[in-house]
Design a protein around this ligand. Sequence first.
Ligand code: NOJ
Length: 741
Amino acid sequence: MTATSADTLTRRPEARERAQALLSEMTLAEKIGQMSQVEATHGYAPDYLAERLRAGDIGSVINNVDVGIINELQRIAVEESRLGIPLLIGRDVIHGFKTIFPIPLGQGATWNPELVEEGARVAAREAAKCGVNWTFAPMIDISRDPRWGRIAESFGECVLLTSTLGVAMVKGFQGDSLATNGSIAACAKHFAGYGAVESGRDYATTNIPDTKLRNVYFRPFNAAVDAGVSTVMTSFSDLNGVPATGNRYILTEVLRGEWDFDGFVVSDWDSIRQLQIHGLTENDRESACEAVDAGVDMEMAGDAFSGNLSGLVEEGRVSEARIDAAVMKILTLKFDLGLFENPYTDPESLPGYASEPALEAARLAALQSCVLLKNNARALPLDTGAVSSLAVIGPLADAPYEQLGTWIFDGDPDLSVTPLTAIRDFVGEDVDVRYVRAMQNSRSRDTADFDVAASTAAQCDAVLLFLGEESILSGEAHSRADIGLPGAQEELVRRVRAAGKPVIAVILAGRPLTLSDVVGEVDAILYAWHPGTMGGPAIADLLFGIESPSGKLPATFPRVVGQIPIYYSQKNGGKPPNRDNVVHIDDIEAFAPQTSLGMSAFHLDTCFTPLFPFGHGLSYTNFVYENVRVSDDEIELGGTVTISAELSNRGDVEAEEVVQLYTRDLVGSITRPVKELKGFRRERLRPGETRTVSFDLHTDDLTFSGRDGRRVVEPGLFHAWIGGSSDIDLHTAFRIVASRS
Ligand code: NOJ
């Protein structure tokens, strides 16, 4: 299974020729204008931008979503500038526009490319309705550090999952053709390595060896390029000593030279001028020179290009051919989008905001994003016949804005259906729902309302505790060093627990949290991320068993911060930890004692395993995997092997399971991860049903970048696992041979 199998976008065959013809008429100043994007947020943009638009000084604007203003900006550009070139209108449409879908990390937990594509399609139509024609998504930075606030914007830690969902999002935004009303250009960001910032501190340095760049961080971008993504954004971060925005190796040698990327590269916000702050250049002129030479084609919200490129060309330090190459790609996208034929937006030509189908798609995405981490003694689902009163407690039960998550510039909290509202709607008059917010927000240390929370818990048959982080605690520039439940929430859990009633925690958060001190205090945990507009109804359906949870973790949950980075596809090392040494307390892996004779890769004070592994997620039914098999013990290079298993639903409810295929390449010319996800699929089974699930694996799916950076697949022994989590034992093996003897 590859992430690149998606149909690629249909481009307009004549776009390049038309761009070439237009380019030949342009002055140097007009060309540099196309390479400049300016902010249009403040005041009445047509007034303060008009002169520059008429002069052809602006290629794109960012951050205006008033259709009247956008149409006027387009009119000035098209009717009053010498060449009449329309504008790219950029906006961060990250996980919805008006209708907000789960944060991308939550969408990652659906493991469902169709849903992700549909979510992006809805967002594209809603954004296009007000004239936006370019979004800065998907963010496909591999994220293995939950302290990093931007993990919320990612699809998590895994190369295949991120690549597949990234491609799905690109397809959703761009549709089959960019010229279709309701399609917008996508932008794969942030190239490259941004997710590896030291200690998860946003904007910090990254140091990533080339083999890791190529085998991990580059892969989703390569897949997005193969799927026809229109643009790529550089990262703010320093990469191995050369900040990404000035890094010719990644932007030109790899992206264009090796992958044939034919779209354009945009800097991140003012990141060209920041090359000086990094200490790479002395001033803006040098920064512009480094960035354009590295391969940046458009500057976002800065004036290093507009102020310096013409001087650099006159001095002969930047060739006009380099400028032409950048402008060609920008113009080609404008032709591909059909902007020359129709630069204006008629909002009536697209469906209304938050339409019924859009809300239903958001509800389904939220439903499939929730991960059941723990469910002792079938605490969930709740049986409304057996409970007559429910305590709903916590700062996130009824927080319409917070459930939307980060990056929701245009989202409307008034559209949010909160869990409290949905629970009340669901149970009607049958159950007495008593709500205690208990804390003003998740960070509060004020425990004044905890007595009321505890006594309400004592008076009810069960407790639903809505905990987590509000949206401001994740996202750009919102990293945390301690990723436990903030404020006095852990104390709230203990106080409520003491009431002696079943306690179900529903956690809304923008990252994996360290829950070691909470997991033993509650009967069940449903992890809902920031679920978006329709989070409430989705959560209620799961709590009351209308649907069984089917989300799976897109990122490993550490026990303590000191384990980070912890991810499933690690290397074995020469002294791997030994599972036999793991000590269990109450059936939970607690720690593995390190003695002076231990001499293997343990921490002294915690178990080497995570609290919850990548791919984990429980169901209300009992899925059993058996008989993992391979079609052939031996395959030739270029061949395909089929790996299958029998999956049975041994419980009593119909449910969906995300079946996962992992492999390990046991010996390589560079060491290989202990497991790599190679395929996944959702399967829905009725109680008692058994089904054979199989994956075809071509030897090309097993390639990696070797010591010389080239992709290879090496003959040798492979293990293959099929199961419902990365932490599975049931495996088989096959061997790749150069040719059969
Ligand atoms: C900075 C962020 O890093 C980037 O992801 C975003 O698209 C731009 N700002 C524009 O808002």
